[in-house]
Write a protein that binds this ligand. Structure first.
Ligand code: IPE
Ligand code: IPE
Ligand code: MG
Length: 615
């Protein structure tokens, strides 16, 4: 790393050429010495603990680097707390929790006495980062104090995606804010997650020896079982043929995962250089793991300085050129905490409010737990006819329909529904005239920006294609997804520019690609494996599918998830319904007998269990 250090300066100044073109980090931190010291500490920590990450951050534009150091140092601070060997698991979990809670308070206050949090809070407020997306990852770090075991790759990937992806997402968001987006098309998401999985697996292989010394072997049982005897040998510090075979297979797996040439297609060349260089460094790291062999049990290997310089030198040239051609958006003066994009985690908790009551004071019926659907999906139909009936333009129907959608969300929260999915615009709805389409787009964008559900306990998600949608709408959908991802009340999925066949086709394409890359064996693909390639693999099957507007068809809505849904059709036009209609639908659902292919039951009180599906 010496070569790298020599090319950078020790303080927050940047190379003279960049200083001429872009504001320097010093100009961002102003004359606040505590803040400058905080960022400097973050930078030193990054360089000391992970020179490769430090080198990657150096490939970012100078103005973004302090944010990169702050994010990395914060993740590292939490990991350190979870790993401290001077305390038992409960104490370590409490320390992680205390750090996370302190961060929430610091975000609300806009500053911190802890230098790493000081830098992180400044980064979040300056770049309008919504750190609430990190809450799940922080909770995961807290739970990591206990020995983690994973039955299979799916569980392992879920752990990795929950723990690492949100941090990488923050970096992606940083690039977006600076105007050099690491835009990912929906069909590249899987590549992106695989890449992060590959980086995590590389880390685990690198730290195999030190981890084993602490009794940790962070590989899924499925992988360990494939090499009988390897687990015992490794845990007892024996480098047997089985252990070597296991590590060889894991190294190959990691190499396949970090090799994702399609991932950076269409990305800003500077951002693409950071990711591609990261992939090369990871592969060099895997070469080092492979070359180390039995000594892996004693020490963490690293690529040689020469190997690293060979990757970094051309990357530095490429990234400098790419950034010099891009005028970056630099944030204005720091906004106070309350104005930061979305509520801070603390504000998020305290600012969450209950849904407004029904104007007539109607309250939800009591539904027995075993009669309650988990997932209600609604085809909100009849807006156009509602308007035409009143001599109004169809667009008025869509405006009125927005209020009915809010009512459903209030009703779902009040009755305690877990998942609500609303069909708002289909891939077939582009056949309508442009003015009508524009009204629908505008209504949803306004709702995302200032609608009444923003501060309810609703995790919002979007399902559909990004193409043809206005860029600012896509940004708003992604932003709300990120802002609300840690909420636990109701999961609301808005299907927008959604087509069921399209969703299945894309999942099939992603699966085919995975098969080609050797990640899945085609003859072993089952329904659950397929479902994992859907855009929201955690979406449970639809229990109740309700369509308003007096039509009896499903119009390309959730064909995979709704194969066993109870269908419910009503004749009211959508703008005329309110939360009481949802409660009625749920009550009617409770009377249905679901059989899933079994013979009719003698007692309608005991429905058979649903076929198992991952949720
Ligand atoms: C449903 O209402 C909303 C969308 C499809 C966007 P419609 O616009 O289909 O209303 P009708 O069926 O024409 O009455
Ligand atoms: C389905 O309604 C789509 C939405 C509600 C968003 P449509 O009104 O477009 O469906 P069809 O064309 O009548 O089947
Ligand atoms: Mg319709």
């Amino acid at each position: 790393m010496r070569a790298l250090s020599q090319s950078t300066t020790e303080d927050l100044d940047v190379a003279p050429r960049a200083r001429r073109r872009q504001p320097t980090a010093r100009s961002l931190t102003g004359e606040d010495p505590a803040l400058r010291a905080a960022y400097r500490l973050c930078r030193r920590t990054t360089r000391r603990h992970d020179p490769a990450i430090h080198a990657l951050i150096q490939l970012m534009p100078a103005v973004l680097r302090p944010a990169g150091w702050a994010l990395w140092a914060a993740a590292n601070a939490l990991d350190d707390l979870a790993d401290q060997r001077d305390a038992g698991p409960a104490e370590r979990a409490a320390r992680v929790e205390a750090w996370t809670e302190a961060l929430q308070r610091d975000l609300a206050a806009g500053t911190s006495t802890d230098p790493v949090r000081h830098a992180l809070v400044d980064t979040a407020l300056r770049w309008r980062l919504d750190l609430s997306g990190l809450r799940g990852a922080m909770a995961g770090t807290r739970d990591d104090v206990r020995d983690r075991r994973f039955a299979d790759w799916a569980a392992w990937r879920a752990w990795c995606n929950e723990g690492i992806v949100p941090w990488v997402d923050q970096v992606r968001h940083l690039f977006e804010q600076a105007g050099a987006p690491m835009t990912l098309r929906l069909d590249q998401r899987d590549d992106y997650e695989r890449f992060v999985n590959g980086a995590q697996l590389t880390d685990i292989l690198t730290d195999l020896g030190p981890d084993l010394a602490q009794g940790l072997l962070l590989l899924p049982q499925e992988a360990l079982d494939a090499c009988p005897g390897a687990e015992d040998d490794l845990r007892q510090g024996r480098w047997s043929p089985a252990a070597a075979a296991l590590i060889g297979a894991m190294t190959d797996q990691a190499r396949r995962w970090v090799t994702r040439p399609a991932m950076t297609r269409g990305m800003h060349p500077g951002a693409a250089t950071v990711l591609n260089t990261s992939a090369r460094l990871l592969r060099a790291q895997l070469d080092a793991v492979e070359a180390t062999g039995p000594a892996l049990l004693e020490r963490a290997p690293h690529p040689s300085l020469v190997a690293r310089a060979r990757i970094l030198a051309p990357a530095r040239v490429r990234s400098r050129l790419a950034w010099s051609l891009t005028p970056l958006t630099v944030p204005g003066p720091r906004r106070p905490a309350v104005e930061a994009s979305g509520p801070s985690p603390a504000a998020g908790d305290t600012a969450l409010r209950p849904p407004p009551p029904h104007p007539d004071g109607a309250r939800p019926p009591r539904i027995a737990a075993d009669r309650m659907p988990s997932h209600v999906a609604i085809i909100m139909d009849g807006n156009g006819r509602w308007a035409e009936q009143r001599g109004l333009p169809r667009s008025e129907g869509h405006r009125a329909g927005g209020a009915a959608a809010h009512e459903m969300i209030y009703g779902a929260l009040e009755i305690g529904l877990r998942h609500l999915t609303l069909y708002a615009f289909s891939t077939e709805n582009w056949k309508r005239d442009t003015e009508e389409i524009a009204t629908i787009m505008e209504a949803i964008r306004r709702d995302l920006d200032e609608g009444p559900i923003r501060d309810l306990d609703v995790r919002q998600r979007w399902s559909g294609r990004p193409d043809k949608l206005p860029e600012e709408l896509v940004q708003a959908l992604v932003r709300e997804e990120r802002r609300t991802r840690a909420r636990t009340g109701l999961t609301l999925t808005v299907c927008f520019n959604y087509g069921g066949r399209d969703e299945i086709t894309r999942a099939a394409a992603a699966l085919a690609q995975a098969a080609r890359a050797g990640d899945v064996a085609p003859h072993l693909i089952g329904e659950d494996d397929f479902a994992r390639y859907l855009p929201h693999p955690d979406m449970p099957d639809v229990d109740l599918l309700w369509r308003t507007g007096d039509e009896r068809r499903t119009s390309n809505f959730l064909p995979w998830q709704a194969t066993y849904a109870e269908l419910y059709f009503t004749s009211d036009y959508w703008p005329d319904v309110d939360r009481r209609d949802l409660w009625r639908a749920i009550t009617e659902y409770g009377r249905r007998q679901r059989r899933y292919g079994a013979a009719p039951l003698t007692s309608p009180q005991e429905p058979p269990s649903a076929p198992s599906r991952p949720v």
